[in-house]
Write a protein that binds this ligand. Structure first.
Ligand code: SAM
Length: 234
């Protein structure tokens, strides 16, 4: 794995702006869907990501989950619960959070329909639902990462389910993630070249987290490269 260098990934603002307008339209128009993902069944109501399981979700399932041995795993921004349920199916002890009550309810129902018990679902922003002393072996987060000024709001969702969230939420994640990692713990998160990668790298470095690129997904439609990043406490 190579160290994360935000300057080495291309970004084309015009292509990105165009793609984001199209993406917001798709999100607005989406209806509820049911899908199967690696043997588990999911229901995704309108306004909840993902539909269908895309390249990032596949990367988490193929490249991240096999590295997670827990037993304590936190999935921040669980959406319909895809990673949380797969982690629980592997026997891990999972806490799953989301800011969107519709997403959290769907994730809990998805756990029930797949007969997976023992996932602790908690509603709230970033680490707000986690007590100050709670720590995990692995933290997963496929959160919206693009800079807010680049994004178009989605009228039907107040929860920024598309590509950006308020800057203070991004900072809250990177500034506080070490408080919730056990010694030797790792964080896995998604980032793209539309993110403020310099802020992410500086904040993590200051907190003693070393970032490496685990997986790269070129996105010709948005003119950026999506990354799945591993952060290790150094
Ligand atoms: C891109 S979706 C990913 C969902 C799921 N992890 C997946 O990959 O299938 C981002 C999720 O983060 C949630 N989210 C957005 N802002 C958040 C915040 N500030 N705190 C917690 N969750 C947030 C959204 O509601 C959404 O479910």
């Amino acid at each position: 794995m190579k160290p994360y260098d935000p300057g080495s990934y291309p970004f084309e603002p015009d292509a990105f702006a165009h793609a984001i307008r199209a993406f917001a339209d798709i999100m607005e128009a989406q209806t509820a869907t049911e899908f199967t993902c690696e043997g588990l069944r999911f229901y995704r109501p309108h306004g909840v990501f993902p539909s269908p399981v895309g390249a990032i979700s596949s990367a988490f399932l193929q490249h991240v989950l096999p590295r997670c041995h827990g037993p304590r795993l936190l999935d921040v921004g669980t959406g319909a619960g895809v990673y949380a349920l797969h982690a629980a199916a592997r026997g891990l002890d999972v806490v799953a959070t989301d800011i969107n009550p519709t997403a959290l309810k769907a994730a809990a129902q998805n756990a029930e329909r797949n007969r997976l018990s023992g996932i602790d679902f908690r509603l709230g922003r970033i680490f707000a639902p986690i007590t100050p002393t709670e720590r995990f072996h692995e933290i997963l987060a496929n959160l919206p990462f693009s800079r807010p000024e680049l994004c178009r709001p989605i009228a039907s969702s107040p929860y920024f389910t598309s590509v950006c969230m308020p800057e203070e939420d991004s900072r809250a994640f990177y500034e506080n993630v070490t408080d919730h990692l056990l010694p030797g713990g790792r964080v896995y998160f998604t980032l793209g070249s539309s993110a403020d990668g310099g802020m992410v790298l500086d904040t993590c470095t200051e907190s003693g987290i070393r970032l490496s690129v685990l997986h790269e997904i070129p996105r010709p439609d948005t003119g950026e490269v999506l990354l799945v990043i591993e952060g290790r406490l150094s």
